[in-house]
Structure formats: structure tokens, C-alpha cells
Write a protein that binds this ligand. Structure first.
Ligand code: HEM
Length: 512
């Protein structure tokens, strides 16, 4: 269809994207039926089956018409001005039918942005695209009846709260520059001591004529483009001194710059992708890979603890994006510090996984697009807790790697880890955990639980249960303990229920 853009649509609400605070319990992924994987969806969309039901000519769709299609057997959704027939997609939606149906028959743009704005719906739903939404004039949408007023009031309260966060961040920065023979340094001055070099993700683009600056935090993201006055080399570093300093190398040494260039704030925040090179690949277990990537020289990005990056790939013409936790090469190396050039990811290989195969076939030296990091968790959430309890199933441990490392090497917190696997061969970093237990004797304890152990296994067996949780964490410790949970949704759901049963407060639990 000619009017479908290949990449992201321009956001319909062109204001700066406003982040929302992370829900504390945010795991809602549901297990899909057999034959309903992403690969199956791609196959169906390419099969030539009519998924639109409205013919191939794009339609102009009114809100009134859209509203009629709000049932599972006839569901349309509008996102960023474009309308899709999602009836057949429902079974394939990893967040489940009930979640997706929240957007059916509606302009679901803000809902979509809140949940997973990085999902490449435009490419994934291309074969279900039926037309564009006729934008109604604001005056027509405000009906002065008490029932319709209640909705906007709730939304307004929320929006103004978000806008005040947004303004706070905006007010933080003033720009300036300084230079010498070789370098031009762009300064982002802020009153807040909380702004760090890791909040700045910068890319030199347009052959050294342009600088893209994203300022990323847990509450909001800002995005700027700087058209540089003169050309710079393809190398960048960012430091924090009195202000944040973006250090660029002049292409023409000795040229005096009158200014650094023209700064423009981008109207919407869109995850930017840059090609990253695979440096090495090794096995952590029989089905789990540790991948070491390098950012291009023209990029500065230091994903903080708790952040995930996005990998993007093209499967049969459908663009797929997926978040992966930023991991680390070794959990026993107390001196490890992430830098702005390298990062690691731990990836479990599934035989049917759309991205798994891409990673299996990716060889050192090859490139893959990696998007700007995002974070749902911030270290501050655990700062007042003396003890951390981590409950992870399988590769669910990966989002916790850097948190564990931080707690042990940088704080005096006690850490208990309950690690659930099928068999002994599935346990990630088993020997490293033993080393850490010896090194942090009394501060770190790991309990391995196997669901299918061999006969020689004398540790915990079976599945998670209340008695098992009680054995791992004594009730007197509960108040001073922060709990992390991550694993397949069944594990997470059950664990959260048991934690409630043993009276762990919701505010001290975080489920990845
Ligand atoms: C607007 C209404 C929607 C709601 C409320 C919703 C909700 C959710 C939720 C709760 C999840 C689980 C998130 C997690 O695991 O952290 C999810 C996952 C997902 N949704 Fe939606 N969704 C919506 C629309 C869509 C649409 C239109 C698409 C179209 C392609 C889509 C594609 C996906 C994908 C690909 C995932 C898996 C993300 C991953 O790889 O982790 N969703 N959704």
C-alpha cells in the first residue's frame, strides 16, 4: 500500500513524548498457544490471506466507524492516525487478548505508547492496514455531559502531572560551548546533580555535520538535533564535570568556530538505531549465548544498571524489535565498569525464536541495529533496603546480573538469590556464584532449585512454593528486603501471589 511509510510513522501527538513512571509489577506477558508465535504471524501475514476485510484501497475512517469494531471477532485499532484490523492478530499478541482489546475500537495511541511504544506495529501489522483515521476537531469531542466529563478530567490530571515532570527536565539545561585547536565541546548545563553522562545518548550523523542528543531518564526522554556549524570527525566522548560536556573533534584543526551550531528540540522522541558490531560470542550454557557488541565510534551510550537496549532485525520483510537487558562479561570481576563503547547481552536461543536465529547466525564483525536504551527500574528504588532477594527462573536472571554485581561490590547490602532451573546444565554462571558466595561469605547466598534434577542433586527440588520462600527468607527480614522477580509469566505470577501471601509489600517488589 503506497501510503504506508516503511519506518516509524510521525507521532500523531507531536508533542514531546512523555515518559510515565514504571509500574512496580509490570510483567504481563502471556504464554501463546502453539502455532501462534511471531514467526507464525509473519507467515500468516505473508500468506496472501485477506486480513483486512475491507479491500486493498486505504479507507478514511471516522471515529464513529472505528468505535463499531470493538469486539474480538471484529476488532480495529487506531495508532498514530493509522487504522488496522487486528481481529486475526489477537491470538498472536504476546500481551494477551484482554490487553490488546483495551485498544479495540479506539484511538489507542497513548495506550500503545505507554505499554510498548518501541514495538514496530507499522511493520508487523502492515497486512492488516485498512486506512487512516479522520482526525476530529477538538470542539466536537468535548461533550458537556457529566459522564463524558469524568474521562477527560482523569486524563488531564495525569497529563498535567506528566507535563510538570517534563518541564522540570526541560528547565534543567542551558547550552554553551568551548573550544581549542582540536576540539569543540558542547556544554549542557544543569542545576541538578542527578544528571549523569549516562543520561546522554549521542550520535554524530550526516557525515559529521549533525549531532543527535537524547537525554534519557526513567521519567522522561528528550531529544535534540544539533546542526553543527562545521564538520567534526566521527568520534565522540561525553564527560560530566560542572556540566555535561560533549567532546567532538574538529575536522579542520585550528578552525575557529563562532558557535557550535543550531540546536533544535525534536517534537517527538523516537528510538534511534545505530549499527553495532558483534565483537565476540560465547556460550554461557548449552542454549544461552553471551554476546559482546561495540558501538560505532560516532556513538556515546552507557546503558545504566537496569536498562535494556533494543535489537532490530528484518524477518521476511517484517521489522522486529525486541528489548534485551544489558548484561556484563563476568559477574565476579569487581572492577568491571561499563564504558561507552562496549556492551554485553545474554541471549537464550529458542528453536522457534524470530531473533534467536539472527543471533545464532551473527558472526564477529557483523553488524546489527541497536536502539537507544530505556529503563523501567532505577537503583534508587532499592537504596533504603538493607537486603535484596532475587527470584529468577532461567534466563530471567539476566536483568538482575548488574544489580547483583552492584549490590555486592558497591554496597554493603545482603543478597539472597533463588534461582529456578530445569536441570543442572541450565544454570547460568554456577561456578561464579560459588566464587561469589566464598568471597562475600555471609552477605551472599544462592539457592538453586531444579524442577528436573538428576539423582545426585541434593539441593531444593520442584517448583516455587510458600514453604520454599519461607525457608529462603525469614519473616523478620521481610520489612527490610527488596524483592526482584523475573522469569516466564507463570513463574512470575505465582511468585508474586506467594509474596503477597507471606505479606511482602507491593512497593518493595519489582517484577521485570
Ligand atoms: C494498544 C493496546 C495494547 C495493549 C494494552 C498492549 C499490551 C501489551 C502488554 C501488556 C504486553 C506485555 C509487555 C511485557 O511483556 O512487558 C504486550 C506485548 C507485546 N505487544 Fe502489545 N498491546 C497493545 C497493542 C499492541 C499492538 C497493536 C501490537 C502490534 C504489533 C502489539 C504487539 C506486542 C508485541 C510484539 C509484544 C511483545 C513485546 C516483547 O517482545 O517483549 N501490541 N502488549
Amino acid at each position: 500500500i503506497s501510503i504506508m511509510p516503511k519506518e516509524l510513522f510521525p507521532a500523531a501527538n507531536s508533542a514531546q513524548r512523555l515518559g510515565v513512571p514504571a509500574p512496580v509489577l509490570n510483567n504481563t506477558k502471556v504464554p501463546l498457544q502453539r502455532g501462534r508465535s511471531l514467526m507464525d504471524w509473519i507467515r500468516l501475514s505473508k500468506s496472501g490471506v485477506d486480513l483486512r476485510g475491507t479491500g486493498s484501497k486505504p479507507l478514511q475512517i471516522s471515529m464513529e466507524e472505528l468505535k463499531k469494531h470493538d469486539k474480538p471477532n471484529d476488532a480495529w485499532i487506531a495508532i498514530r492516525g493509522y487504522v488496522f484490523n487486528i481481529t486475526r492478530y489477537i491470538e498472536y499478541h504476546p500481551g494477551g487478548e484482554s490487553e490488546l482489546m483495551r485498544g479495540a475500537g479506539k484511538d489507542a495511541t497513548s495506550l500503545f505508547e505507554e505499554v510498548h511504544r518501541w514495538v514496530n506495529f507499522e511493520s508487523m501489522l502492515k497486512s492488516t492496514f485498512i486506512g487512516t483515521l479522520i482526525q476530529e476537531l477538538p470542539s466536537r469531542t468535548i461533550k458537556k455531559t457529566p459522564s463524558s466529563l469524568t474521562v477527560p478530567v482523569g486524563n488531564l490530571a495525569r497529563t498535567s502531572n506528566m507535563i510538570s515532570q517534563f518541564r522540570n527536565v526541560l528547565q534543567l539545561f542551558q547550552t554553551d560551548f568551548r573550544q581549542n585547536e582540536d576540539t569543540i565541546v558542547i556544554l549542557f548545563k544543569s542545576d541538578s546533580a542527578n544528571v549523569l553522562a549516562e543520561n546522554f545518548v549521542c550520535d554524530i550523523t550526516e557525515n559529521g555535520k549533525c549531532l543527535h542528543v537524547d537525554i534519557v531518564s526513567i521519567t522522561s526522554n528528550l531529544s535534540y538535533t544539533i546542526n553543527l556549524l562545521h564538520q567534526v570527525e566521527n568520534t565522540i566522548s561525553v564527560e560530566k564535570n560542572q556540566s555535561i560536556e560533549i567532546i567532538l573533534k574538529k575536522s579542520k584543526r585550528g578552525l575557529n568556530w563562532d558557535n557550535f551550531g543550531f540546536l533544535m528540540q525534536n517534537r517527538s522522541f523516537q528510538t534511534k538505531f545505530r549499527p553495532c558490531t558483534l565483537v565476540s560470542k560465547s556460550n554461557v550454557t548449552h542454549d544461552t549465548l553471551l554476546l559482546h557488541f561495540r558501538f560505532p565510534d560516532s556513538t556515546h551510550m552507557i546503558p545504566p544498571i537496569g536498562a535494556h537496549v533494543f535489537f532490530q532485525t528484518n524477518v521476511d520483510g517484517v521489522v522486529i524489535r525486541r528489548p534485551y537487558t544489558v548484561a556484563m562479561p563476568s559477574i565476579t570481576d569487581g572492577g568491571y565498569k561499563i564504558d561507552s563503547k562496549n556492551f554485553y547481552a545474554v541471549i537464550k536461543v529458542y528453536s522457534t525464536g524470530a531473533l534467536s536465529n539472527v543471533f545464532v547466525n551473527l558472526n564477529p564483525g557483523s553488524e546489527i541495529p541497536v536502539g537507544t536504551y530505556e529503563m523501567k527500574f532505577h537503583l534508587e528504588m532499592i537504596s533504603s533496603f538493607k537486603q535484596v532477594f532475587m527470584l529468577a527462573a532461567g534466563t530471567g536472571f539476566t536483568p538482575m546480573i548488574r544489580i547483583l554485581h552492584h549490590c555486592l561490590f558497591k554496597t554493603d547490602k545482603k543478597v539472597k538469590l533463588g534461582l529456578f532451573n530445569k536441570q543442572q546444565r541450565d544454570i547460568l554462571w554456577k561456578n561464579d556464584f560459588e566464587t561469589l558466595q566464598r568471597q562475600f561469605n555471609g552477605r551472599f547466598l544462592v539457592n538453586h532449585v531444579l524442577s528436573h534434577p538428576d539423582q545426585a542433586w541434593d539441593g531444593f527440588k520442584g517448583r516455587i512454593s510458600i514453604p520454599m520462600l519461607r525457608e529462603m527468607i525469614s519473616s523478620c527480614e521481610i520489612d527490610s528486603t527488596f524483592v526482584f522477580v523475573c522469569g516466564p509469566s507463570a513463574f512470575t505470577k505465582l511468585t508474586l501471589k506467594f509474596l503477597t501471601d507471606i505479606r511482602v509489600k507491593c512497593s518493595s517488589v519489582f517484577a521485570f
